[in-house]
Design a protein around this ligand. Structure first.
Ligand code: GDD
Length: 227
């Protein structure tokens, strides 16, 4: 890249009023980030208002459309050459995610994914994620481990050339598999702290059920997709 690349942090959020401000303050401290875009995905709490205090742009989706669709909306508005995708509930870890940018900016990777040490308690959802991870390994032959993590730095050209599968929580799965299939260089960046100390279950069984179905549906789609 000849000119200084523009870096857009894109943060999808759903009912994150308790965490969004701390996260955005931390994102603001990441060197090199030029713009912070929050996509409020039809939250029923004060996420949007709180995000407006700290973000450069807040896109409000009137209805909840799922994480993949929210990211796609964020990308449509972003000016960046490189996107930094972050979760809204990262609080203590957002600043660490700045290290995802270095390999991409140095031309050593097209996409980086944060690999956190495993949470002490995974909750009942660990099995589903384990299944999805082994699905990604079978589909691509990759030895990467953090294939479902939402914390990533991605070059714009990668997002333009791969077919995004905006199926809610299937988005990470889709991104990893598509980028690898297209021959892009995907690297993991190990981070020293756990994403969360415990498996968070704030939005309960329904949320997890929906997440499970979205991941499963994406896995099946990718399996059927001609390579
Ligand atoms: N746009 C949008 N975002 C959502 C939704 N539900 C949750 N999110 C956002 O997605 C992030 C993660 O949500 P969690 O409910 O905490 O999921 P997790 O299982 O702990 O997340 C991990 O696995 C996901 C893949 O299944 C990853 O997407 C995520 O980055 C992380 O690695 C949070 O920032 C939350 O605001 C939704 O319906 N729409």
């Amino acid at each position: 890249m000849e000119k200084e690349p523009i870096i857009s942090a894109i943060i999808p959020a759903y009912n994150e009023e308790e965490r969004i401000e701390t996260t955005l303050r931390a994102v603001r401290r990441i060197p090199l980030v030029d713009e912070i875009i929050v996509v409020d995905d039809g939250s029923r709490d004060a996420t949007e208002q709180l995000a407006r205090r700290h973000a450069d742009y807040v896109i409000r989706l009137p209805k909840n459309r799922g994480k993949g669709q929210a990211l796609a909306e964020g990308i449509r508005y972003a000016a960046g050459d490189v996107y930094l995708f972050l979760d809204a509930d990262l609080e203590r870890h957002a600043k660490l995610c700045g290290s995802l940018l270095s390999p991409v900016l140095a031309g050593e990777a097209d996409m980086t994914i944060a690999r956190f040490p495993p949470a002490r308690k995974k909750g009942g959802f660990g099995l589903v994620k384990g299944l999805a991870r082994s699905g990604v390994r079978r589909l691509t032959g990759t030895t990467l481990q953090a294939t479902l993590s939402g914390q990533r730095a991605v070059k714009r050209e990668v997002m333009q050339s791969i077919s995004i599968l905006p199926s809610g929580f299937g988005i990470e799965l889709g991104l990893t598999v598509s980028a690898l299939r297209f021959g892009y260089c995907v690297k993991e960046v190990p981070l020293p702290m756990s994403h969360r100390e415990t498996g968070r279950d704030w939005n309960g069984f329904l949320h997890r059920g929906r997440q499970f179905l979205q991941i499963l549906r994406t896995l099946i789609k990718l399996w059927r997709q001609p390579v």
